[in-house]
Design a protein around this ligand. Structure first.
Ligand code: GLN
Ligand code: ZN
Length: 775
């Protein structure tokens, strides 16, 4: 029985990688310094895993930006638009690598970065490989081989981790014309063989190929390509051991395909899909080893040894201990580095920390599981580590920190709350029109205004104690005052307070809700040098007191125009946090919904007439397999609707989502029944509105009229054209006018000029519509 790991965090325990790469981008350190910083991280990771007792330690899991980009560069998949730059920067390998990821606007070049998208259902973003129909590949970067040798010099024969050729092609995007990227397999495979050849020549015995697409709905062609790819690799390298890694869900439909591949071991995720173990064991060919993904790589809770040992036992009984491997469920890049760095009781209380494990601890858990499993085979009497583990888990199950009688009682009453339905949309719209008296094409923004370094510095100073809480509040109040005044002058119809008091739209609420904990160093990579520190939902969620009411009330007191109350929705709060694993996600989500509902009702009571409940993460929570969508969407919609249960017809509910793929879920979006929905649209030139028009989406809708992700100022004409386009598919009395998303990442200068152009455009378009109507 051997232990192995699929990938270790590359950011360093204290975010060393971020510091090094950002310094390199600023020109403060050389590429040699940067490489050196990378080597230190790699070395520490390898040596730690070796000392911990991991048998197969990964290499090539390190990356200076992203492992998919690394794979693309390794096989020479450089987008055409970078070709000139590649030549120009031929002596600056690191610089060129980052140019691919971040774009290049210097020395007369103006090249947009490669696109980024989410890594399956995680919050990690990878760089999307770009392929053309006549794509040529070549063994371009030696990173994979170099990392292997680097570890070998430390005395460690690693298991290089590569993205499998089929998943790599499926991850990519066809450019210039549309074609099936799988057509490129015959071109790509020889380069993989070259890389594998070098690795084996240097002494690699195991290679791990990640083929996570095996847990998604793939077609027969993809299955066939998997068969071909691994047959070819197996044939070429008969002494090499090939491990195929799957994670984030079960193999289900693709089980037979996977079992028929010519590979030596398969890794399965038993945290997300424990039920697959039985069928996998039934079908496992006699010459294939099975890697059990037992330690959760996606969450921060300690492993339940008793449960894992039970799974190991059934695997050993069916396949024999020699063919069983123990591992985390997936790469550990999705969990923070080391819980032992959390020493500040005021941030993470010991009572909660005792239940948690980060990557470093998870590696120890993997090794301990093997030790326990082996000792149990020899001697089934209980081991002290096992006793401690069950005691720890037991203390969590029964802890009053986690279970609140009050929250449980409230959950029991949910059905009653859900009956508090509002009138139909038509009726509500009439009442709201009466109350709000908004013009046609009402204009608004999504919520946040620029979080300037100054605003952020106030928060930092208050935390350090350099300014008092009173000083901080009065500074933010002044900022709100300026924002309200500016919005009135600009001529916006529905105003916002600007969210200056918020660090982050989830953290802000988490900090005020019971059941949430935070960490000081619990960073995970989101993309490149951007890391996030998700809150930890450990217990029943409750809102002890209002969270936003005073701020919004103050903003409203400064103007006669309506100010929107701004809240983050329950699905988004859930999605962007580490979640409890002792109850279904749906239940945690309903608890958060109840807390948000308390806030909604308090805002209404305080005289706020419009309340926006943001759900930017609703779509990304969709399960990997379509068969699981309905269940998820059912509870997600239910939770959202619960947040406004019992609200008056006159109170206008807005929601905002920032993505532009609605076709699959338009029905559920519609059943959220928000009075106004603002969405991202400008990048698709309003094309996406066709989905809404086709569906006859009944409620009001605000398609974003300009892209806030870019510093570019949109012209009045551009916006007017887009508005015209929108009005040609959606009746104008349903349309709102707003930017794509919140403006917190923009500068004031850009914001002001953009919004002013937006208002000018609305005015022109409004004339076009109102004049004929009055005749
Ligand atoms: N109200 C939030 C803001 O404006 C919405 C952010 C988001 O959609 N991600 O910042
Ligand atoms: Zn948004």
């Amino acid at each position: 029985m051997i232990t192995h790991n699929l990938g270790y965090p590359r950011i360093g325990p204290k975010r060393e990688l971020k510091k090094a790469s950002e310094s390199f981008w600023e020109g403060n350190i050389s590429s040699a310094d940067l490489m050196q910083a990378g080597s230190v991280i790699k070395k520490n990771n390898w040596l730690f895993q070796k000392e911990a007792g991991i048998d197969l330690i990964p290499s090539n899991d390190f990356s200076f930006y992203d492992h998919v980009l690394d794979m693309a560069v390794s096989v020479g998949a450089i987008p055409v638009r970078f070709k000139c730059l590649q030549n120009y920067m031929r002596n600056d390998e690191a610089g060129f690598y980052f140019a691919l990821a971040r774009g290049y606007q210097k020395d007369g070049f103006d090249i947009t970065a490669m696109e980024m998208t989410k890594w399956f259902d995680t919050n990690y973003h990878y760089i999307v490989p770009e392929f053309t129909r006549n794509q040529k590949f070549g063994f371009l970067s030696r990173k994979i081989v170099n990392e292997f040798t680097e570890a070998k010099e430390l005395g460690i024969i690693t298991k290089p981790v590569l993205i499998g050729p089929v998943s790599f092609l499926l991850m990519g995007k066809a450019k210039e014309e549309s074609f099936d990227t799988l057509d490129l397999l015959p071109e790509l495979l020889p380069v993989y063989l070259d890389i594998i050849y070098e690795l084996t020549a240097k002494g690699a015995r195991w290679i791990q190929f990640d083929e996570p697409f095996l847990v998604t709905d793939i077609n027969d062609r993809a299955r066939e390509m998997l068969r071909i790819a691994y047959e070819e690799i197996g044939k070429e390298f008969q002494r090499l051991k090939i491990m195929l890694a799957t994670y984030f869900d079960g193999l289900t439909e693709n089980l037979d395909t996977a079992m028929a591949l010519s590979i030596d071991a398969i890794h399965i995720d038993l945290v997300r899909a424990p039920d697959q173990l039985k069928t996998v064991l039934e079908k496992l060919p006699g010459n294939m080893s099975l890697s059990l993904g037992l330690v959760d790589g996606r969450n921060i809770w300690k492993n339940d040894f008793t449960n894992s040992l039970y799974l190991i036992k059934s695997a050993v009984e069916a396949a024999g201990a020699d063919r069983i491997m123990i591992a985390p469920s997936c790469s550990l890049i999705h969990t923070p580095v080391d819980i032992d760095l959390e020493t500040d009781e005021n941030i993470l209380p010991a009572g909660i920390k005792q239940w948690m494990a980060f990557s470093k601890q998870k590696i120890d858990e993997v090794v301990t599981l093997r030790e326990l499993a082996l000792s149990r085979i020899a001697d089934p009497s209980d081991n002290i580590k096992l006793l401690f583990n069950s005691e720890n888990l037991h203390s969590k199950k029964s802890s009053p920190l986690i279970h609140s009688v009050r929250v449980q009682e409230r959950l029991g009453d949910i059905l009653k709350l859900e009956m508090l339905s509002r009138s139909d949309f038509r009726t509500r719209k009439m009442k709201q029109r009466e109350l709000l008296k908004l013009p046609v094409l009402p204009s608004t923004t999504i919520g946040s205004f620029p979080q300037t370094p100054e605003v952020r510095s106030w928060r930092a100073k208050m935390k350090k104690g350099d300014i008092s809480r009173e000083d901080y509040v009065s500074l933010v109040m002044k900022e709100i005052g300026n924002a309200i005044k500016w919005q009135e002058d600009a001529g916006l119809d529905v105003l916002v307070h600007g969210e200056f008091e918020r660090n982050d739209m989830v953290e802000y609420f988490g900090e005020m809700l019971e059941g949430f904990a935070f960490t000081k160093n619990g960073w995970i990579q989101s993309y490149g040098s951007r890391y996030v520190k998700p809150p930890v939902i450990y217990g029943d969620v409750n809102r002890p007191r209002p969270m936003t009411v005073e701020w919004i009330k103050y903003a409203q007191s400064l103007t006669n125009k309506p100010v929107k109350g701004m809240l983050t929705g329950p699905v988004t709060i859930l999605q962007w946090s580490f979640v409890r694993n002792d109850q279904p996600l749906s239940e945690t989500c309903l608890q958060i919904a109840l807390a948000i509902r308390d806030e909604v009702l308090d805002l209404e009571k305080a005289g706020i007439k419009i309340i926006q409940i943001d759900e930017p993460a609703l779509r990304e929570g969709l399960p990997l397999k379509r068969t699981d969508w309905k269940d998820y969407l059912d509870w997600a919609v239910r939770a959202f609707r619960l947040t406004y249960a019992g609200v008056k017809d006159e109170t206008q509910i807005h929601t905002h989502m920032c993505y532009s793929e609605f076709s699959d879920i338009i029905e559920q979006i519609s059943s959220l029944d928000a009075d106004v929905l603002t969405i991202e649209c400008s990048r698709s030139q309003m094309e996406m509105l066709d989905v809404f028009a086709g569906y006859k989406y009944p409620n009001d809708i605000g398609p974003g009229v300009y892209d806030i992700h870019s510093p570019r100022i949109p012209s009045e004409k551009e916006i007017a054209d887009l508005l015209g386009k929108a009005a040609s598919v959606i009746p104008e009395d349903q349309l709102w006018v707003n930017p794509d998303c919140g403006l917190k990442t923009r500068k004031w200068e850009e914001t002001k000029r953009s919004i002013e152009n937006m208002i000018k455009a609305v005015r022109t378009v409004r004339e076009r519509y109102t004049v004929p109507a009055e005749k």
